[in-house]
Design a protein around this ligand. Sequence first.
Ligand SMILES: [Fe+2]
Length: 295
Amino acid sequence: MQAWARAAVATTAIGAACIAYGAGYEVRSYRLRRVQAPVLPIGQPSMRVLHLSDLHLTPGQKRKVEWVRRLDALNPDVVVVTGDFLSHRDAVATVLEALDPLLARPGLFVFGSNDYYAPSLKNPAKYLMPDDGRRVLGTELPWRDLQAGLAQAGWNDLSNSRATVTVDGRVWDVRGVDDPHIKRDRYAEVAGAFDSEADLAVGVVHAPYLRVLDAMRDDGADLVLAGHTHGGQLAIPGFGALVTNCDLDRKRAKGLHRHGDSYLHVSAGLGTSPFAPIRFACPPEATLITLTALG
Ligand SMILES: [Fe+2]
């Protein structure tokens, strides 16, 4: 066999091995990431935030459901879910089953585009191309049923809404927007300086578009939580995410970073579209964020 043919065979074999690993193992290799954010007033004790995102649940994903249920053992003070709970019209009960042990705790959430519309088959190469702003939306999902189930547990829907909540005896001034990826964000409806008397100012959004992050930062957010990026979903070891699927830079595709005076935490999420069930060098994750006092 000639050298070029051997190289072609080797490249094909490596590609096939990566796909087999990413689709057969890593996509279900759920991880808990732990980070610390120094955002609390000086002298306050720490508190724990469980940040979940992009579950993309479909009926029958028992392993993911059981893994999420076990997160209750972390004893978080509050749970924040940054959207894309659903990936199927029959998955509302699956989501509520996964979250059930956590629903007794304080909770905050926003929806993502995949909660509103069923997933559809797209050209996978489009994911790596510049965003042309056009969205192909599937049939509407029963997101109102999910909203009602979460509200019944006392969780706060922050989609274009704000609230004052008490978490572990501390006052949080919280606000969120609906998903900017499909232009449902209405920041004007929640705009204005955060309450300087509150212990913590928190922003919540599904897709971390800069127009929302900038507005929350300018209004004085201490911490902003987001999802949507899937951490790039396919990353290159040593290089990181190729894309964020929004206008956030790829260096902040996941993890805790600064955004001016705010801290920004982007979750790589726990799922994928059912039409692209693969992750590479970017395992599905939940994050336990320990909030500590300013040093
Ligand atoms: Fe997602």
